[in-house]
Ligand binder design. Structure first.
Ligand code: ZN
Ligand code: ZN
Length: 714
């Protein structure tokens, strides 16, 4: 509905209706509703209940939470909406209309069907519907064959709107693999729970390339058979078109791909299709959690350990945690899958809140887990190229890999050319004028210094701002430098790079597609190369510096480093050829490194759980991080001190308040940052403190954010 708010006209969402007016309400302050926009509820009760609960849990305003769930209402002005035909119920045709062959009876084809027609039928009947143009790509005479099949009543030809978005590009034929025994057991457990129609949570604990996606697919298919819906959350949708293509190939076109790259219209289109029930499955990154799927029966969270499920701005929700909540409230089944389960999941399994389903081996019988070698950079020198980042064993391994015409991935946690520019005269490094961090040197598009936190950019400077020396040297190694040096060492090799600098839009997909087609020999990249890609010809993975992930001031640093190493190692040897992984480090004895090298997830988990318990960190306690920042350092500190004192006054003895202290990143975008932590096990007592803090109005120009179950401590 439309309401007047001051001089502006704003959208409102009716949360409830009361027929009587309470005594305490001042009638003169009530305002009429200007217009009712939707006559049907825009959020179904299941979703609305969940949103209210989420708002309560994160102490977030319900309006902001609703905006996450209602992309259709994102526009600020009514005019804008009218122009686009959104106001009123004008359903616009977003896509192009194309001819689809739609399967009528997925039974075995009668004897009249043979030859080419039979081949077309086999492709088509593995799906529910396919565009004829897509069939033609695989079978020359597809159009003729479809006509024949239609005459036999096996399929119909319909004009439908073609889906858009990333996956419309690929209609790969669906090969339905035979399930391994562990996969079959996992599928059975899930379909069983779906048949019982009660809520249950599962941890799909499977090594890399063990076929977790196949398990999600079977479960989702089972939902569709029941006429119910499913949500599948993946960490980086834009980077995993293969995964979405597989879903589409298997589940037909009743699926919506939701990702941030969607334009407003496309997003709205998806939303409407889901809301009306014509799409039953939503696949997407964290925001797909709010997809208005009808009769929700299943939520899968792939790579549940991944930090990208946490939103770090606005409503700071964690889609992984909230998937469990939504499933629970909807009476749906939740499946959290990972090769490196988070400690929260591990704790939930131990408490009996989650059932573990194990996939102990790779699905492809020939694919074994790669052999991992740890290279101690304190002892092993550089290879013949003299590059500090390329040790002799890694250099030799690359040579072998290239000679065998196989592919390699090199992982480094730093983008740019060099992480800092240091004055040789006085030792000062060039710092961002707005943040307390070193500026990174980039060369790919001219010599620039870039702040990776606020994106402030300047041309490379020639003299030190402190002592005037003109001897400035670039320190450290970033992905650009690795790419450049590798090209010198291996001039014949075709080298690609994948990091945030190349990832704008379709480009990253292009790099990955070239890798898949075998047009690249070496791929250098940041975390992006670790995320679930299935590149079967990759036999060598090199981790250039495992230490950078360990040095962060965060109690989860070891866990994250371990996950990263296991995941990146998991990219090697997924096909028929065995893989090899080399990890370069100065801390070879660190458990995160040593146990990742042995693929020993259980031992690492055990060790880390013990440590967390001793220190009283999650999953053995609950945390909230109170973040305070202001342009004026003294003001920020004063407010942090005041709020921490308030928290102490509200806290029961079971709650501890740690801090305040300057944040590890003490200044960001011109604002000085302080923080303190509220920790405890008693939910009610914790909530009392947090509510008190949320209600206390900050004094002066200070921003306060309450991050509940924080993932980042920076
Ligand atoms: Zn200097
Ligand atoms: Zn900056």
């Amino acid at each position: 509905m439309l309401v007047e708010f001051g001089r502006r006209k704003l959208f409102g969402v009716v949360l409830g209706v009361s027929l009587e007016l309470g005594e305490d309400i001042d009638r003169s302050k009530l305002k009429p509703v200007l217009a009712v926009i939707d006559t049907e509820p825009v959020v179904r009760p299941e979703l609305l209940d969940f949103l209210l609960e989420l708002a309560r849990y994160y102490l977030a305003p319900i309006g902001e939470v609703l905006r996450l769930a209602l992309p259709a209402l994102e526009r600020s002005s009514v005019e804008d909406l009218q122009e686009q035909g959104v106001l009123g119920h004008a359903v616009e045709a977003v896509g192009r209309m194309v001819q689809y062959a739609v399967v009528q009876h997925a039974a075995i084809a009668p004897d009249e069907v043979s030859g080419q027609t039979l081949e077309v039928w086999q492709t088509l009947s593995s799906q529910t519907a396919m565009p004829i143009s897509a069939l033609e790509k695989q079978h020359k005479s597809a159009r003729q064959a479809v006509k024949k099949l239609a005459l036999l009543g096996l399929c119909t030809i319909e004009r439908r709107e073609q889906e858009r978005g990333v996956t419309a590009l690929e209609w790969s034929p669906d090969q339905r693999p035979t399930l391994t025994d562990p996969q079959a057991r996992a599928v059975l457990a899930l379909t069983d729970a779906l048949d019982r129609r009660t809520s249950q949570a599962f941890l799909l604990d499977g090594v890399t390339a063990s076929g977790k996606t196949e398990v999600y697919l079977h479960a989702a298919e089972h939902c569709l058979k029941q006429g119910r819906g499913a949500i599948v959350l993946v960490p980086e949708i834009a980077l995993t078109p293969q995964l979405t293509a597989r879903f589409r190939a298997r589940l037909g076109d009743a699926i919506a791909i939701v990702h941030s790259g969607l334009a407003g219209k496309e997003r709205l289109h998806m939303w409407k299709q889901l809301q009306s029930g014509s799409f039953k499955v939503a696949v997407g990154a964290r925001s797909a959690l709010f997809a208005p799927v009808a009769e929700l029966a299943l939520i899968c969270v792939d790579e549940e350990h991944d930090g990208s499920f946490k939103q770090e701005e606005g409503v700071r929700y964690n889609a992984r945690d909230m998937a469990l909540l939504r499933a629970h409230r909807a009476g749906a089944v939740a499946v959290l899958g990972s090769a490196t389960p988070s400690l929260s999941s591990e704790a939930a399994v131990r408490q009996g809140k989650m059932t573990r389903l194990k996939l102990p081996a790779r699905a492809n019988q020939k694919a074994v887990l790669p052999k991992v070698t740890v290279i101690d950079l304190k002892r092993v020198g550089a290879g013949p190229s003299g590059d500090r980042f390329l040790s002799l064993p890694l250099y030799r391994a690359l040579e072998r890999c290239l000679a065998a015409k196989e592919q390699a991935i090199l992982f480094l946690n730093r983008r740019g050319f060099a992480p800092s520019l240091v004055c040789e005269g006085c030792g000062q490094f060039v710092q961002c004028p707005h943040c307390s961090v070193a500026m990174t040197l980039h060369r790919a598009r001219g010599e620039r210094l870039v702040c990776h936190y606020c994106d402030y950019t300047i041309a490379r400077i020639g003299t030190c701002g402190r002592c005037g020396s003109d001897k400035l040297s670039d320190e450290g190694v970033g992905t650009e430098r690795v790419e450049e040096q590798l090209q010198k060492s291996f001039p014949e090799a075709r080298i690609g790079r994948l990091d945030r600098d190349v990832a704008a839009g379709v480009k990253s997909e292009r790099v990955l597609a070239r890798m898949r087609r075998g047009e690249l020999d070496i791929l250098v990249g940041t975390q992006m190369v670790t995320k679930g890609h299935d590149l079967p010809s990759v036999t060598l993975v090199g981790v250039l510096n495992a230490d950078s992930a360990l040095s962060l001031p965060d109690f989860r640093a070891a866990e994250r480093c371990f996950h990263l190493l296991v995941q990146v190692a998991g990219r090697a040897g997924r096909g028929d050829k065995p893989g090899e992984v080399l990890i370069q480090t100065r801390q070879p004895e660190h458990p995160a490194v040593a146990l990742a090298a042995q693929h020993d997830v259980a031992a690492f988990t055990e060790r880390e759980m013990r440590e967390r318990q001793e220190l009283g960190y999650p999953p053995f306690s609950r945390l909230a991080l109170i973040k305070i920042d202001a342009v004026d350092a003294a003001l920020a500190e004063r407010e942090a001190t005041r709020l921490a004192a308030l928290a102490r006054s509200l806290a029961s003895p079971a709650i501890s308040i740690l801090g305040p202290a300057p944040a590890p990143l003490a200044r960001l975008r011109n604002r000085y940052r302080f923080r303190f932590m509220v920790r405890g096990n008693d939910r009610a007592a914790l909530r009392k403190v947090l509510l008190g803090l949320a209600r206390s109005k900050p004094r002066g120009d200070v921003r306060v954010a309450i991050d509940i179950d924080p993932l980042s401590m920076l």
